[in-house]
Unconditional design. Structure first.
Lengths: 291, 311
């Protein structure tokens, strides 16, 4: 199995398309950072206007932690496309090249082949998120410095102490990895049915967009299925930035306001990953390879 | 003779299409087994079933005396193959491609083994170049190297000389013969180049529309005294009438307009030439078609299928 994973990783990182995603993340994050570096203070002052009218806010509000949060909110909606770019090519790309029949005629089981490919896809996904973390978090910290993190929501402002932030990002990126691996697993499954990667990439994005739209529609007919859609849980990483408060309304360092909800979302994503992978293995074992 | 491949009553249907029907044949140890058939005859479908790429609708395949379905991994460890065109990763070098397929399954092929195989197929000097820069012939050679890299005892080659220049064809033919003779490897070679099979195979199978036409030893099946004669004349209609009223009336085969195709004895050629000239048909050329090709055509033109004539 390890041998298959190594081979698949070697192939993934020798394809030019792999680096499109890394370049795109660096470019988008770089642009956001440039924008905030030039105009960030006025943007933040405008956004904080209601708060600063009533309270005196001290410290560096526009800091690396806040910017990373803004970037994550923006980017994690678009990253599925970058994930699908590689995951959707994992099987269909082999079929397109004609190498699938060579692979499937080697003395390795079809299950091992598929699981090895999926593990390699997961490694790629995690590598992309680490890359994103480096750019969005660590480089933002270098450029904008660090301080307490203020998160503005519609009715609430949450202040997280600077020493209480980094572990939350580690957990958030871990959760984001789970969400992106779910997208990868879906794209991977769809790539089984195609002989080039365009179809799986388009189908994955269509499903993500469709489910996201269903999530936003507040209609009773859809409300029953919403908790079952993986897209309903993809932004569960935000839960790590909701802090519990004590009776004196003071935040509890190291706390998560609704940990069970975060864990439930994570569990549903894991179930989706396992389900998509199981279906892929099941179908691939029975597939006639004609390409 | 130990059978290496035993196929019994193999069928594969794709919906209404019966790609392979009740096919049975045996490849013995040490054979160079020619697998012949026209395009769409079912050769590649059969080879795909031998390599577990597609599942048979019915029938049984045994390789090295074991059921293929139950011992897939063990059997494929001893089998090397190229299937149709040698498609490899264009964004990797030839050597990297070879290493990938060498590493998949079983032990690791040594650097020496990689070097030997590259030398055997004549690719040593270009092994570091990306496959996308290779010619079709070089890809074909690399495909053969992939088939041989794990030193298998059974090698299945689907159209191995496709895309090769005449020199390359001779080299690959000699390589197959040498590996068969010196290392005792068993080969199943499918080809549309009938002359190729005739030159290297000791046994052969011809299939048509998914069914076996004949199986047996090449030297027994092909009568060197028989020939399929292609005749070109100025007046093809007259030539056809002349032959229809001659002693060779029953030997005419269907062919393209303007030509005659006769299934005759080699010794009859001078008499036929004399007859056509004497009767004023305007003889332009007489060309004996390759003997195996003649055999193939004479069989596939038959309205009914024949049974196993081997042994």
């Amino acid at each position: 199995m390890w041998k298959i994973v190594q081979i698949e990783l070697f192939k993934i990182f020798r394809k030019p398309r792999t680096f499109i995603a890394f370049a795109a993340v660096a470019a988008i994050v770089g642009l956001i950072q440039l924008g905030f570096f030039v105009d960030g203070e006025s943007y933040i002052q405008f956004g904080m206007q209601a708060l600063t009218d009533s309270f005196e806010v001290e410290g560096k509000i526009l800091n690396g932690y806040l910017l990373a949060y803004i970037i994550l909110q923006t980017l994690l909606v678009h990253v599925p496309l970058l994930i699908a770019l590689v995951a959707g090519d994992m099987i269909s790309g082999e079929a397109n090249l004609g190498t699938l029949r060579l692979l499937a005629s080697r003395p390795v089981s079809r299950s091992s082949l598929i699981i090895g490919k999926f593990i390699a896809t997961c490694v790629y996904t995690i590598a992309l998120l680490i890359w994103m973390a480096i750019w969005a978090l660590f480089i933002s910290m270098l450029i904008f410095g660090v301080d307490d993190m203020l998160i503005m929501k519609s009715e609430v402002v949450t202040q997280i102490l600077r020493e209480d932030v980094l572990w939350r990002y580690a957990a958030a990126f871990g959760f984001a990895a789970l969400a992106m691996i779910t997208v990868a697993a879906l794209s991977f499954l769809l790539s089984l049915f195609a002989e080039n990667s365009i179809g799986p990439i388009m189908a994955t994005m269509s499903i993500v967009i469709l489910f996201t739209i269903l999530n936003t529609l507040n209609l009773p007919i859809f409300n029953a299925v919403k908790p079952l859609l993986f897209t309903s849980h993809m932004l569960g990483w935000k839960g790590f930035f909701d802090v519990s408060v004590n009776q004196a309304n003071e935040q509890i360092v190291g706390s998560i306001e609704n940990l069970p909800a975060v864990l439930r979302s994570a569990g549903i994503l894991v179930l989706h990953i396992a389900g998509f992978l199981w279906i892929t293995v099941f179908l691939f074992k029975r597939k006639d390879i004609l390409s | 003779m130990n059978p290496v491949i035993e196929v019994r009553h193999l069928s594969k249907h794709f919906g209404a299409l019966k790609a392979v029907q009740d096919l049975s044949f045996t490849v013995n140890q040490g054979d160079i087994f020619g697998f012949l058939g026209q395009n769409g005859a079912g050769k590649s479908t059969t080879i795909r079933m031998l390599l577990t790429l597609i599942r048979p609708t019915a029938g049984d395949i045994r390789v090295f005396g074991k059921s293929l379905a139950a011992n897939r991994t063990e059997i494929l460890e001893q089998t090397g193959a190229i299937i149709e065109s040698p498609d490899l990763y264009p964004f990797l070098s030839g050597l990297a491609n070879l290493k990938i397929f060498a590493r998949l399954g079983g032990g690791v092929s040594s650097a020496r083994q990689l070097h030997i195989v590259l030398e055997q197929v004549g690719l040593t000097s270009r092994s570091g170049d990306l496959v996308k820069t290779y010619s079709q012939g070089m890809k074909q050679r690399l495909g053969i190297a992939v088939a041989l890299v794990r030193n298998p005892s059974l090698v299945i080659l689907d159209e191995p000389t496709n895309g090769l220049d005449p020199q390359g064809i001779v080299e690959i033919r000699n390589l197959i013969l040498r590996l068969n003779r010196e290392e005792g490897k068993t080969f199943l070679v499918s080809s549309h180049l009938l002359s190729e099979v005739e030159l290297i195979a000791n046994r052969m199978l011809i299939i048509d529309r998914g069914r076996k036409i004949v199986e047996g030893e090449v030297r027994k099946l092909i009568d060197p005294e028989k020939v399929l004669l292609e005749i070109e004349t100025v007046n093809a209609g007259l030539a056809s009438e002349i032959m229809a009223s001659s002693a060779w009336a029953g030997s005419q085969k269907p062919t393209a307009a303007g030509r005659l195709l006769l299934d005759v004895g080699r010794q009859d050629i001078p008499a036929i030439a004399a007859l056509l000239t004497e009767k004023g048909a305007g003889l332009l050329s007489m060309k004996p078609v390759n003997s195996l090709e003649a055999y193939f055509l004479s069989l596939t033109n038959r309205p009914t299928y024949v049974e196993d004539r081997s042994n």
